[in-house]
Ligand binder design. Structure first.
Ligand SMILES: CC(C)(COP(=O)(O)OP(=O)(O)OC[C@H]1O[C@@H](n2cnc3c(N)ncnc32)[C@H](O)[C@@H]1OP(=O)(O)O)[C@@H](O)C(=O)NCCC(=O)NCCS
Length: 429
């Protein structure tokens, strides 16, 4: 067996041998396939990158058929159960688990970089009272590049490290302030005596009390949710970070682009749609007619199905457990009963079984976030905080990858050619 692909160009009768490496051919190798020397070489057309690898990566492994998700080789189930978000962040970014010293140092650094320059605060206060928190987060992360102009020195590992620490540390501060802004409440400064998620909950919900004591079960559940969202290989927002990062811009600008991608309803907005759907169903009695509507093709069962996972979404199982923990503290969300019944029916129904449709991460995450009393606009902000280490790990990998070039896809031009321009005064005259 030879690891190559023989291609015969029926336009010319010429044959080409194209090497296969890691189950891929290099698109550039197709460039030699031409009808004549002065003609462009053959290219592939792949909107949405559905069958094109854009990079080599050792950060995250997904096997959609088997329902496997691993960060740096470790199964997500083990990390969610036994690790912490900051340890997972270190693992994603540095490729291996930290020693005790490395971990302590990492947590210390992140804890002591949670403050932002006071001007960031005034900048955020300038937003309209009803500004979407995701728009505020995107803008303020982008603005951080002006506070740390040295961040543009992306080839220096020490510089990359400090900007990485800053971004993971400041994201909850910016996210919480965006939340407080919409409520007209004062921004709360970070408390360096608290853990990452306790501090975040404090900045979100503290009022006049001396210290906000988050329920440890809620702090832990949020930590698990962040772990589950920390990376998902080459998804839309990660691709945005890599694409913008490939111009060698600073990481704040690249991550701001990722936040923009995540803002879109096709990416980060599905859990909000699940909640809307559950509310619309309203009672268990209405489920059969709703399912019939789905099967008749009138609508989708939101939170079911996934482009990659065709067996089950491993994150959904873990989130279901986190749901129980959170509801123990907050009381059960009445929509949970409808969600569980819906899941039970759908998992037994021929329509969903045949199409391999299972609950995805969004089926339950919206219910949890609602139990925390987050408004739906905040759901994607939480996703962004969790995804930040993944974006930074992928960005760091990109910067050090000698194979990478500035992202510059080809196009198939479909417009006019060689028109002759007539000045406006003659055309309108
Ligand atoms: C996630 C999603 C976009 C993946 O889509 P995809 O891989 O392109 O799958 P397709 O749209 O090709 O669907 C394949 C079949 O399953 C059906 N299907 C997919 N998801 C469905 C859902 N949630 N409810 C009902 N039917 C669904 C499609 O109608 C199609 O049926 P057909 O073969 O009879 O035409 C899709 O499952 C979906 O819209 N889910 C709901 C939204 C959601 O939860 N998104 C969050 C993802 S993390």
């Amino acid at each position: 067996m030879t690891d190559s692909l023989t291609v015969r160009d029926n336009r010319t009768g010429a044959e080409y041998d194209i090497p296969i490496t890691d189950g891929t051919i290099r698109a550039a190798d197709l460039g030699q396939i031409k009808t004549a020397d002065d003609q462009p070489g053959l290219a592939t057309y792949d909107p949405g990158f559905v069958n094109t690898a854009s990079c080599r990566s050792s950060v995250t492994y997904i096997d959609g058929e088997k329902g496997v998700l691993e960060y740096r080789g470790y199964p997500i189930e083990q990390l969610a159960e036994k690790s912490t978000f900051l340890e997972v962040s270190y693992l994603l970014i540095y490729g291996e688990l930290p020693t005790k010293e490395q971990y302590d140092q990492w947590v210390h650094e992140i804890t002591y970089h949670t403050y932002v320059h006071e001007n960031v605060k005034s900048f955020m206060q300038g937003f309209r009272y009803d500004a979407h928190p995701m728009g505020m987060l995107m803008a303020s992360v982008g603005a951080l590049s002006t506070f740390y102009p040295e961040a543009s020195d992306i080839q220096d590992p020490a510089n990359r490290h400090i900007q990485t620490v800053r971004m993971i540390a400041k994201m909850p501060t910016l996210g919480a302030w965006a939340f407080r802004h919409a409520q007209g409440k004062p921004y709360i400064y970070p408390d360096n005596d608290l853990s990452y998620t306790e501090n975040f909950l404090s900045m979100l919900f503290k009022m006049s009390e001396h210290r906000y004591d988050a329920d440890p079960r809620l702090a832990k559940a949020l930590d698990v949710l962040f772990i589950l969202h920390a990376d998902h290989e080459q998804n839309c927002s990660t691709n945005a970070v890599r694409s913008v990062g490939s111009s060698q811009v600073d990481p704040y600008s690249a991550v701001a682009a990722g936040i923009g991608a995540l803002f879109g309803p096709l990416h980060g907005g599905a859990n909000e749609a699940v909640l809307r759907m559950l509310r619309r169903i309203g009672t268990k009695e209405n489920i059969p007619s709703f399912i019939k509507g789905v099967k008749d093709g009138n609508e989708r069962l939101m939170g079911f199905g996934h482009r990659v996972y065709k067996n089950y979404d491993p994150r959904a199982k873990i989130i279901k457990k986190a749901c129980d923990d959170v509801f123990e503290v907050t009381g059960v969300n009445p929509l949970l009963e409808i969600a569980q019944e819906l899941e039970k029916i759908a998992l037994e129904d021929e329509y969903f079984v045949k199409r391999k449709l299972y609950p995805n991460v969004d089926f339950y995450s919206g219910l949890i976030y609602e139990a925390f009393q987050f408004p739906p606009e905040m759901f994607t902000v939480l996703f962004a905080i969790g995804r930040t280490p993944g974006w930074l790990a992928q960005w760091g990998e990109l910067i050090q990858d000698k194979d990478q070039k500035i992202a510059r896809p080809k196009q198939i031009y479909t417009g006019d050619r060689t028109l002759t321009f007539t000045p406006a005064e003659e055309r309108w005259g």
